[in-house]
Design a protein around this ligand. Structure first.
Ligand code: ADP
Ligand code: MG
Length: 324
């Protein structure tokens, strides 16, 4: 694991599964972890940040079957980061002062759907005049306590698009984004994005055909765009051009990757000799991501930005008067 002030990159290795054991896979590394340990080492420090009015993002990267959903969602007896982080959030806030809202969406073949409202249809992305990316029509659910959160997450997860591929019978072909928004005395305060990405494997390796192959292409488009963004950000050169516009995923993650957020990327690999190529590719990706450098700022109320715009307008008027 490496960390700088804004970004943490970690690698999580899952245990060998039954099929790998049956086929006598060589276990290349031995994971020693549980959900709480992973949380403590990677994401726990983010919560103080969100409560202080900043944004944070956690994303799980890796091929299908490497443990992304296990890390983010987990199981009832072994809850994942979505639960552990929101649980921590409740421990840190005064419920009379703060309100927590959840939104949960899926990007499947570049189409956005609301996982908490199946009747919402296809949703779009819009950028407001301040450059904030919004998803109009996305539902927001008030989450008063952790047991309600687990219920909301289960409901949302049951609606995720899952299709069998050769690599994994429950392969998630979609990106799932949980947004936890904290309001302080009714003003938006801090925001936490928790993202379970679709599998990063290449289409050929899952023997995808037809519909599956089309999904593969769209998934790769989003992940390719994400890779390009990470590449551009990690070079660290001034005046670099970062193209967020190539996919829905990168448009939504613009803030998280390029600016106003503390980010934690957990790359997932298996310990099995069968997955050598995917493990190698994932580690190369994670290695590149750890070179990202971003600036970070506290969220400011809209009125502060408005004052700034007014001040710039005054300066421009002043300059015009002087030049005439
Ligand atoms: P992905 O979301 O990357 O496709 P999953 O999270 O669905 O992968 O994991 C694949 C399988 O491996 C699941 O059955 C899951 O329960 C199991 N698994 C993954 N990571 C771990 C882990 N760290 N410990 C125990 N089981 C795990
Ligand atoms: Mg998954």
């Amino acid at each position: 694991m490496t960390t700088n002030s804004q970004l943490t990159v970690a690698v999580r290795i899952r245990p060998l599964n039954d099929i790998e054991k049956q086929r006598k896979s060589i276990q290349c590394v031995h994971p020693l972890d549980n959900q709480e340990e992973v949380h403590a080492a990677t994401t726990a420090p983010l919560m103080d940040f969100v409560v202080a009015g900043y944004n944070a993002t956690v994303f799980a990267y890796g091929p299908t079957g490497s443990g992304k959903t296990y890390t983010m969602v987990g199981q009832e007896k072994r809850p994942g980061l979505m639960m552990l982080l929101t649980r921590d959030l409740y421990e840190k806030i005064n419920p009379h002062e703060f309100t927590v809202y959840l939104s949960y969406l899926e990007i499947y073949n570049e189409v956005i759907r609301d996982l908490l409202n199946p009747n919402a249809g296809v949703l779009d992305l819009l950028e407001d005049e301040r450059g904030n990316v919004q998803v109009p029509g996305l539902s927001r659910v008030k989450a008063p306590n952790t047991s309600r959160i687990m219920q909301i997450l289960q409901e949302g997860n049951s609606r995720r698009t899952q299709e069998p591929t050769a690599a994994n019978k429950n392969s998630s072909r979609s990106h799932a984004l949980l947004q936890v928004t904290l309001y302080k005395n009714s003003v938006q305060h801090g925001k936490l994005f928790l993202i379970d990405l679709a599998g990063s494997e290449r289409a050929s390796q899952t023997q995808n055909r037809g519909k599956r192959l089309k999904e593969g292409a769209a998934i790769n488009r989003s992940l390719l765009a994400l890779g390009n963004v990470i590449n551009a950000l990690s070079t660290g050169s001034k005046g670099r051009y970062v193209n967020y516009r190539d996919s829905k995923l990168t448009r939504l993650l613009k803030d998280s990757l390029g600016g106003n957020s503390k980010t934690c990327m957990i790359a997932h690999v298996t310990p099995s000799s069968f997955n050598y190529d995917e493990t190698y590719n994932t580690l190369v990706y994670a290695n590149r991501a750890k070179n990202i450098t971003t600036r970070i700022a506290q969220n400011r109320p809209a009125s502060a930005d408005q004052q700034y715009v007014e001040a710039i307008k005054e300066m421009q008027k002043d300059a015009l008067r002087k030049s005439n």
